[in-house]
Design a protein around this ligand. Sequence first.
Ligand code: FAD
Length: 433
Amino acid sequence: MASDSFEVAIVGGGIIGVITALGLQRRGIKTTIYERAPTWHEVSAGFAFTRAARECMERIEPRLVEVLGSISQKTDANTCNSYWDGYHPRTLEEAEDETKSLLFRTPTHNMDYWGCVRSQFLHGMAALLPEGSVQFKKQLASYEDDDKNGKVVLNFDDGSTEKADVLVGCDGIHSATRRAMFGADHPASEPVYAHQVAYRTMVPIDVGVEALGSKTAVSACIQTGPDAAILSYPVMSGTVLNIAVFAHDFEPDSFPDPTRMVAPAKREELQRLLEGFSPHLANIWKVYPEDSLVKWGLFDTASNPPPTYAQGRVCIMGDAAHGSTPFLGAGACTGVEDAPVLCTMLEFVQQNKRTPQSASGDNLLRESLQAYSRARMERGQWVARNSREIGDCYMWRFGPTGRDTKKFNEKLSKAYHYITNYDVLGAVEIPAC
Ligand code: FAD
């Protein structure tokens, strides 16, 4: 670590906060994570990273790919997602009959997902952090970007404060950093409830095969239907099936507690939601736990995107910047893309701020954060918007592609192409110094 490094404070020790911290530390930049939870916490649910996201990880810190690779169920470049009619087939045989029930398979576009368990990935990455780089039980309440001292002052809800040269908000969709950046009354300060919920579980693969059938339980599948859809894919070397039931929420009110992502749920809700689906899917509630079941409220920034991802010495990343619903499976992948851009910009500042011919270090820092924002805004907004539209297609909500399977297929195919064929650093303009 360079002794004259400036100091970065990352708020939020989730996937993106930890990835970013590792990338900055690798570049010799002193970085501390402030996490509100008392210890590392991530749920035991699956998520998957595209090849494009893994290439970003390689640039950020190659050990990230090693960690991910050691815990992932890997698909190859020819694997595709399949989309099924989960509603009309009346027997498992009919449901597995591709001529009757398969809507389409998406071209892979070299997506070759690596699916893993979120908590395993977070713990694996956290083990790489140097000692002393995390402070737990630190919930950001607000900050002041102090021009007099050229520092950002972080105010935590326990009354304590910390100072840093840069504040990076990786504090998720309900970001306190974003709220402090724009003010509580700004439309971008709060995410919007998409009126969609997710019920997630993981079951041993034999239980999954028994429930969903041997054809669909062994690869990434989406069973579509009216107002609900079921996503499943294997994780943990194919020994465990990750299942998520997504459903439209008809309640006019917001999610029970709009500041939290989960609320208690009952298996009967699932039973009711999938009534009328193909019988084996209508019974999927039986593989969910009776106790401790929760539902996730799906929030996004699609209709109220932040007007910038950076202001002064502060920036936002990951879900804090472009939280989206999960239907493109690209929320975390998009956050991963933010990290090489920010790391490149801050490394540039680190290298140049003391050269005599450079603009003042402080100006360079602000300009570099603006350059980060410009490089990431369009992509972040696109993902949030398109994920909403794809979710409507999954749940037969007659979104932009209507009932037309061909158009739905084309829309997905275009979306995946855009997600996987994108030059992340190509969008970066390095400021003059
Ligand atoms: P988070 O994971 O929300 O982490 C934020 C962290 O900040 C947390 O640790 C939190 O405790 C902390 N924090 C919050 N507020 C404060 C505060 N004020 N002070 C201090 N700390 C704070 N993405 C994919 O790419 N692929 C997938 O397959 C996929 N599947 C998904 C399935 C579902 C059902 C859902 C809901 C999402 C899915 N996503 C997927 C999206 C992905 O989960 C998110 O994009 C990703 O978790 C965002 O990471 P993050 O670090 O930005 O935020």
